[in-house]
Design a protein around this ligand. Structure first.
Ligand SMILES: [Fe+2]
Ligand SMILES: [Fe+2]
Length: 200
């Protein structure tokens, strides 16, 4: 598979990621990359260039997930990453924003849509592009994920009606957060409002 970075070829990129992620996170990243390619193919986007772009986004989407606090804070400072109060209170959210920065700065990605797909893979946002929606959804459904009841409905739907599936994923996320008594990130809320108006 071709990859869209100015620094690595496919095997080099996978080797670099393998060093930075724990084994389960690396397997998950491969799962997202292949699921995302599959989604592109099933929606009629089959050119090598398109598949290379979405494969790269899938591989790199969690590139900042396994950083220890010290390293994470070092990169936040180095690249002037601005954090919201929500991200400070819930640091797991930071890996999406920081991952987008590292994809560019450390892994040599220049394609803005790959970078924005990494940026929005956790929270989603209103009006996602096709690739952003594919990475967001592939992250949720890839086969290594722990089995969820909603998969029976969402997994097949993703191949038929991606936007409706994005709506259901957001709905599931909101219900899950409410159950746990946790607040909803602002972009997730905006995304839910956007997709529920159009695709519920
Ligand atoms: Fe993630
Ligand atoms: Fe992920």
């Amino acid at each position: 598979m071709l990859v869209c970075t100015e620094k690595y070829n496919d095997s080099e990129l996978r080797a670099a990621l393998k060093k930075k992620l724990d084994p389960a996170r690396y397997e998950h990243s491969l799962g997202v990359a292949y699921t995302a390619c599959n989604l592109f193919l099933s929606h009629g986007h089959g050119s090598t260039e398109e598949l290379s772009r979405v494969y790269t986004a899938g591989l790199l989407h969690d590139c900042a997930k396994c950083l220890d606090e010290e390293k994470r804070d070092k990169y936040i400072k180095k690249y002037n990453v601005e954090l919201t109060e929500m991200e400070i209170q819930h640091p797991f959210l930071i890996h999406a924003k920081l991952g987008a920065v590292l994809a560019k700065e450390k892994y040599g990605v220049t394609d803005e849509e790959i970078i924005s797909s990494i940026r929005w893979h956790t929270t989603g946002c209103a009006g996602m592009s096709f690739m952003e929606a594919v990475i967001f959804s592939a992250d949720f459904i890839e086969p290594n994920r722990k089995q969820l009841l909603c998969y029976e409905e969402i997994r097949p739907l993703i191949y038929k009606d991606l936007n409706k599936a994005v709506y259901l994923i957001l709905k599931h996320t909101l219900a899950h957060l409410e159950n746990k008594g946790q607040p909803v990130e602002e972009h997730t809320l905006e995304a839910y409002e956007y997709y529920s108006k159009r695709f519920s």
